[in-house]
Design a protein. Sequence first.
Length: 286
Amino acid sequence: MSEDNPHSSSGSTNKGWLDKIVQSFTAEPKSKEDLVTVIQEAESRGIINPETREMMEGVLEVSDLRVRDIMIPRAQMMTIDIDETVEEFIPAILESAHSRFPVISEDKDHIEGILLAKDLLEYAFVPGKKVTIKDILRPAVIVPESKRVDVLLKEFRQKRYHMAIVVDEYGGVSGLVTIEDILELIVGEIEDEHDDDEKESDDIKPLNKHTYSVKALTPVDEFNKFFGTKFDEEEADTIGGIVLRAFGHMPEREEEVTLDNLLFKVSSSDKRRLIQLKVTRPDQED
């Protein structure tokens, strides 16, 4: 991801392309909302395709978001204990298929660094060569929840790191964010060969005996099967759609609503969609 060269022919082409969009309308946009309208109208006139329109809207959206809006919550962070041996943590690495892992000492508020799975490769083919996590640990990048997403993306590019640990105003770890999380806001979901398996197994994750972290895109039938509910599959395809209808507006983080005796709290959302929900059952045996 190299920085754009303002004198390149590509930059001139992009500028001319945007000028062409704006010039196709009688008045230039005076606000971000006007610009979104211009972009949508450009798509309807065939000047740009739907994919381009979505990316342009994604770029505008990123400038309004804070890290807290897109981070992976603390409860979903997969971590490795610094005192674990390779034999102890390697099965978790293989199962997750992730490439970077926060390393903790006492709990998730004590981040010692980041482990890159690729750093283990040089030890894999040397019989008898021992390695501990401390030998290959990399420094962790810490960012506040309030940091703007577009600023963080620029830092990701300039400093060439891919993951940051997110802390709240009191210094406690509240989650993590990756460069992929930001790019997906612009270009859409980035899938790899492991995503199908992850969608099947990671839509609903227990946080404790009565509370679960649920992806808003979890299909209604899957949610009903897990929780024993009877939400109408014709009303919405996903549980996020059911919850959104119940709110009647785009809820903000921490807003709550009760449906079918379940408490739904918004863990993560943006201006267009719900992303993550926290679902709590009544205080009774499951």
